[in-house]
Every structure is written in C-alpha cells, then in structure tokens.
Design a binder for this molecule. Structure first.
Ligand code: TK8
Length: 364
C-alpha cells in the first residue's frame, strides 16, 4: 500500500477517533448475566517486596471489557498479587467497561498521568506504534500456541522494549489475550466473501482492519469499542467482530442475529503503565509490576481459552445462529485477504515482518 493511502487510512481512523473522543465514551454494555465459570486464581507466589520508602501508591487500572470478561479476571489477579506482595503499599483500583474511556482515551490518560495502567487491544495503537500492525494481519496465527511463541519469545519481548524505550510516555509490561475474532451480523448467515458485499461492519481503529474488510467487499467503519453496542443497536452498523467471550459479556447477541466462526485475526491485549508513574516507583516495585503482569497474562490466557467454548455454546443457547465454516469456505476468506500482507509489509518493517512470517510458517 502506498504511504499516501496508508496515511489516508490512518487519518480516517484519527478523524473518527477525534469524533469519538468529542462524543465521549458511551461506555460498553454492562457485564452480561452469563454463567461463565472461571478457572480458580492461583495462590500468590513470592514473598513481600521490601523497599526503603513507606510511600503509598494507587494504580487506576482501566479496561474496556465488562466485569464478566476474562480480561477483568486477569486484572483482578494482578491486583491480588501486587497488593499482597507490596503489603498494601500499592493499591489497585480496577475500572471495567470503558468507564475511564476507550482504548485510545485510556492510553492517552496514561500519557497525561491521569491514570496509571490500562490494557488495550494492539490494533488502535498502530498509528502510535506501527510495528503492532503485524498482529492485525489476517489469518496470521492458526492457533494460540503460535501466538504465545511469538508474544512470549524474542519478537514479543522486543516490541515491549521498543514501546518502553520510545518517547510516548508508556511502559509496556506484558501481554494478555483478547483472542481469536469472530464475525457477527444482523443480516443473515455469512459463509463466503460474496455474502459480505456492502455489509456495514465496525472495525477497531486500525488501518489494517479497514483493509481486511475492504478486500472482502464489505463496507468497514472504524469506531471505538465504547460506541459499538449503541451503533449495533441503532443499526448504524450491521456487523462487528470480536472473540466469543466479548460477544457474550458485552451482550452483542442482543443486537446481532448471526455469527460466523472466522477466527480471522488473533488480537493480543498489551499491558501498559504510565511512564511518569513508573519512574516514581522504587525499583523493587517496578520489578513486582513486571512479574505480576507476566503472571496476569499467563493466567488470563488460560481463563480466556477455557471460557471461549463455554461462551460459544452459551451464545447458541441465547439464540445466536452460528455458521461454522468448512476448510474451503474459510480458505476463500483467507485468499481474498492475502493482499493485506503486501499492503502493510513496509509499514511493519522488513526484519519484524520476515521474523513473524517465519515464526508462523507464512514465509514464502
Ligand atoms: C476493549 C477492546 C475490545 C476490542 C475491540 O477495550 O475494540 O473490538 O476487541 O476488546 O480492546
């Protein structure tokens, strides 16, 4: 893709973000009355962290998903670890359902110092951190093992360090799982790109996501998560795409009639801390935050994978008509989306692009 076109995409995202920021976050739907059973939280390992100062710290931790999500469960575990191991010197207050704003608003709150932590999807951060576009590439990961290998290995750790070292006021302390994304719509069963023609689909504020759905012949609109439920309810958009757990816990089944198990993108969550807050923490507490963020990510991934099937079957019980694609049907979507790789190869950057292609058996 020519940089000009990419810039237009990015500007569109920013423009819309501007619009959304002005409109203020409507706040995602409250937590669902789902009966998801979470895996028990592991006991806190590691003793108390000693520091010379007796100073108290408070972390305002904002997330986009509801209290019934795996994301909230993971952050609750982080809270348990940090409060216990700091002997209460660090307090963590969690704000779910985009109460502190959407992913972009919460990330800028960290940069301005009005909040301390958040855990956005990587997609809306692409304009700030172009290499994150690699995770939006369609059908990049076939399974969670491949995703874990990339995120927990040298590639993922290098991206965390690059974000921390660049001058955007953020410290990237770990990865967690948003998960494999599925398509939902209010029009009817979708089992081929042809059925997507003209469909008004909301995407995250990501130029890659826009490109993916354009290649499929749909009509994509970037929008913050906080605005999504209302937009589906009012028919501003016909469709969206998210993991089963989010579709359930954000009650999208109330405003969508059909779903297709596309698994078209695996989205990570990235755990961020305000750099100005980080620099105020004594070194032992900085180490504790890193350790607790890794433990949060490991536990949250287990929870997310464990409830993914539960969420899909509960959605069926709630009346969502789910289309399971055959291999050849899924291959048709994959083929259509192939040009996206060339469109964003330059933006992602040669070495990273090639490393990820190799790690995911995509290298030609
Ligand atoms: C929640 C978002 C959400 C994402 C989206 O903060 O925007 O559709 O999948 O999970 O990050």
């Amino acid at each position: 893709m020519k940089i000009k076109t990419f810039a237009r995409h990015a500007a569109l995202c920013t423009g819309l973000v501007g619009g959304v920021l002005a409109a203020g976050a409507a706040g995602a739907a409250s937590s669902s009355s789902s009966s998801l059973h979470f895996l028990p939280m592991p006991a806190v390992s590691g003793g108390s962290v000693k520091t010379d100062s007796d100073q108290q710290f408070t972390i305002k931790f904002g997330i986009g998903l509801a209290k019934s999500s795996a994301q909230y469960r993971g952050v609750s575990y982080f809270k348990k670890i940090v409060e216990q191991r700091s002997n209460g010197h660090i307090k963590v207050n969690i704000f779910p359902s985009a109460q502190l704003g959407d992913d972009l608003q919460m990330t800028s709150a960290l940069q301005s110092g009005t909040a301390e932590m958040t855990q956005p999807s990587t997609s809306p951060l692409i304009k700030m951190v172009p290499q994150l576009a690699v995770f939006d590439l369609p059908f990049l990961f076939d399974n969670t093992q491949q995703a874990d290998k990339v995120l927990d290995g040298p590639i993922g750790q290098k991206i965390l360090k690059q974000i921390t070292d660049n001058r955007n006021g953020l410290v990237a302390v770990g990865w967690a799982e948003n998960g494999f994304r599925q398509l939902t719509d209010s029009k009817g069963a979708i089992d081929s790109p042809k059925a997507l023609h003209g469909l008004k689909i909301r995407t995250m504020q990501s130029p890659v996501q826009l490109d993916i759905w354009r290649t499929q012949g749909a009509n994509p609109t970037p929008m913050s998560f906080a605005e999504l439920f209302t937009a589906l309810d009012q028919g501003t958009v016909d469709a969206q795409e998210n993991p089963w757990v989010t579709i359930l816990t954000s009650k999208f089944y109330e405003v969508q009639s059909h779903a297709t198990e596309t698994r078209h993108v695996y989205t990570p969550f990235i755990t961020l801390m305000s750099k100005r807050f980080w620099q105020r923490l004594p070194k032992p507490y900085q180490k504790l935050i890193r350790t607790a963020s890794t433990q949060m990510g490991n536990y949250e991934r287990k929870v997310s994978r464990d409830i993914d099937k539960q969420a899909k079957s509960e959605l069926k019980q709630k009346g969502l008509k789910i289309t399971n694609l055959t291999d050849s049907q899924r291959a048709a979507f994959k083929k259509k989306a192939q040009p996206v790789y060339d469109d964003f190869k330059d933006k992602i950057g040669e070495p990273l692009f090639d490393q990820v292609m190799k790690a995911t058996d995509h290298s030609q």
